[in-house]
Design a binder for this molecule. Structure first.
Ligand code: FES
Length: 66
């Protein structure tokens, strides 16, 4: 199967916030752990401060901007 034959999730990068994935079935983190996706849209943390990594928990909203 060629790469372009895969269904890819839609990706939206939120300014100063998470990465939204629509249509993903799983997410593999940097340690290799695979997290099944149960929802149509999930938010992945990009600030690395979430207490629920790899998912965004809203903590990015209280982080002072540099
Ligand atoms: S992006 Fe939301 S907690 Fe990190």
């Amino acid at each position: 199967m060629r790469d372009r034959d895969f269904d890819h999730p839609e990706v939206v990068l939120c300014k100063d916030g998470p990465m939204l994935l629509r249509g993903a079935t799983s997410v593999q983190d940097a340690d290799g752990t695979v997290h099944p996706v149960q929802r149509p849209v999930v938010a992945l943390c990009r600030c690395e401060k979430s207490s629920r990594l790899p998912w965004c928990d809203g903590t990015h909203k209280v982080i002072p901007k540099a």
